[in-house]
Design a protein around this ligand. Structure first.
Ligand SMILES: Cc1cc2nc3c(=O)[nH]c(=O)nc-3n(C[C@H](O)[C@H](O)[C@H](O)COP(=O)(O)O)c2cc1C
Ligand code: SF4
Length: 464
């Protein structure tokens, strides 16, 4: 990889370990199949087709790969949930909705290296026994859909797709399906409903775990773009070498998308857990803007709980305990979870001391109120009320009681909804209130009392 040249100004930071993003911003690189083949493209597909499908699943399990779409669930374990005596078709869906605010990685793979994704998908289809795969493409990515369709045609022309792939006897097709533009279409069961041509109301789990009851009620594996790309590299390196990257239980590399108040926002592919929050924000991203200090950070997309940059955490480490400051947190799934947040989709959103936390809160609440699919009452009503209350805070009309009401509404949503959107919308509120209560309360006044009696009754009702 050392002889790879990148476009001027786009060179990876020395702390990066480029694997999935090896070809992103690479000088002389283009998304055609010829360019990909010249770089050894589709060699791993040829190798995989000589393996037993179960052996590929075993490799993915042994690699420790965890999904990069949000939940960090082990990919090989998910593949193993397909019922053993299944007689229905198996489907693979690539989740290219990339709708989590703060996340901007999958789009680069599709735009600049579509064949890496196609190769990862064909290998994954072969492993799980799927002959039909879909790329669920976010509506707002029209150009990506065109690039992907062209790449699929190129792959089909070379018999990497279609009947009897490379003479192996394995048939597979990949189709691009464009979404209609809703955050909830990124949630895997909402996505499946949408793919079936319906309104994307998420399904209840259990029983509708996609690996058992997914698309058309058949076993369906849903994986994120980045996760599926990793499969190709696991075949190339072998699971043992792959698992050497990163740290225990948090293996491989991942792409961190850093946005907000840092000198150098952008995408950075690093070994999981090998870099701390401080190294990421201060060294890789150049630190805070001139004259500013870091205030808070959402480490894994907007649904993750906010962390204060001046706090510390005492977490279990084996039989003992360890105290970490915010800047000491290694960027891995388990430590970020132990510190009370989540690594999620890798979208690191940074706020400096110029940001009013009430504005941040209102910005998040506005997004979730707009995106709730409306299927279940706590989320539909609660997200709207959380926005209304935070509107009042930023408008300078809130009373101190409003903060408590807002917190109560959030806790009434949390754990009471069909899908994880409920937590996605309530966790940020719970965390912001618990960590910035004083700052929020300072923006309220006992003298503010302009709520109508009807609104007061409704608020009382939903917070009980
Ligand atoms: C509200 C919501 C939105 C989501 N949006 C996305 C998304 O845009 N892309 C994605 O890959 N996963 C998203 N997810 C996670 C998916 O439901 C699913 O867990 C993921 O696609 C599985 O892939 P992985 O195991 O490779 O991470 C979302 C989940 C929720 C609850
Ligand atoms: S939690 Fe929200 S987004 Fe999820 S099903 Fe219920 S209303 Fe829809």
């Amino acid at each position: 990889m050392s002889d790879i040249q990148y476009l001027p100004g786009k060179e990876p930071h020395p702390c990066e370990h480029r694997m999935i993003f090896k070809n992103i911003d690479r000088a002389g690189w283009d998304p055609t199949i010829d360019c990909y083949l010249n770089d050894g493209g589709y060699d791993q597909l040829q190798k995989a087709l000589t393996m037993e499908p179960q052996a590929i699943t075993n490799e993915v399990k042994a690699s420790g790969l965890r999904g990069r779409g949000g939940a960090g669930f082990p990919t090989g374990v998910k593949w193993g949930f397909i019922p053993p005596h299944n007689t229905k078709p198996v489907y693979l869906i690539c989740n290219c909705d990339e709708s989590e605010p703060g996340t901007f990685k999958d789009r680069y793979i599709v735009h600049q290296d579509p064949h890496q994704l196609i190769e990862g998908m064909i290998i994954s289809c072969f492993a799980v026994g799927a002959h039909t795969a879909y790329i669920y493409m976010r509506e707002e990515f029209p150009e990506a859909a065109i690039i992907m369709e062209k790449a699929i045609e190129e792959a089909r022309a070379k018999n990497f797709l279609g009947k009897d792939v490379l003479g192996s006897g394995f048939d597979v097709e990949i189709y691009v399906h464009r979404g209609a533009g809703a955050y909830i279409c990124g949630e895997e069961t909402g996505l499946i409903e949408s793919l079936e041509g319906k309104r994307p109301y998420p399904r209840i789990k259990p029983p509708y775990f996609p690996a058992a009851l997914g698309l058309y009620m058949a076993p369906t594996i849903v994986n994120n773009v980045e996760s599926l790309c990793h499969v190709k590299h696991i075949i190339e390196m072998g699971s043992e070498a792959y698992a050497q990257l990163g740290v225990a239980r948090n293996t491989g590399t991942r792409i961190l998308c850093v946005s907000g108040d840092v000198k150098n926002p952008g995408y950075y592919e690093v070994e999981v857990g090998k870099i701390t929050m401080g190294e990421l924000l201060n060294d890789v991203c150049g630190g805070p803007k001139e004259g500013r200090t870091f205030k808070a950070c959402i480490p894994g997309g907007s649904s993750a709980k906010i962390l204060r940059c001046d706090e510390s955490y005492t977490i279990a480490q084996g039989d003992s305990e360890q105290t970490l400051t915010f800047f000491d947190i290694p960027m891995d799934f388990d430590t970020i979870a132990a510190c009370g947040s989540m690594a999620g989709s890798g979208g690191v959103i940074v706020m400096d001391d110029s940001r009013k936390i009430s504005w941040v809160l209102n910005n998040l609440n506005s997004f979730y109120a707009h995106e709730s699919c409306g299927q279940c009452t706590p989320c539909r009503e609660g997200s709207m009320w959380m926005k209304k209350i935070s509107d009042r805070i930023v408008d300078g009309h809130a009373t101190p009681d409003d903060i408590q009401t807002l917190e109560d509404v959030a806790y009434q949503i949390d754990g009471r909804t069909v899908c994880a959107f409920g937590e996605a919308s309530s966790w940020p509120v719970e965390a912001i209130i618990s960590k910035f209560r004083d700052e929020l309360t300072a923006e309220t006044s006992e003298d503010n009392d302009d709520l109508s009696e009807e609104a007061k009754q409704q608020l009382q009702f939903i917070s009980e």
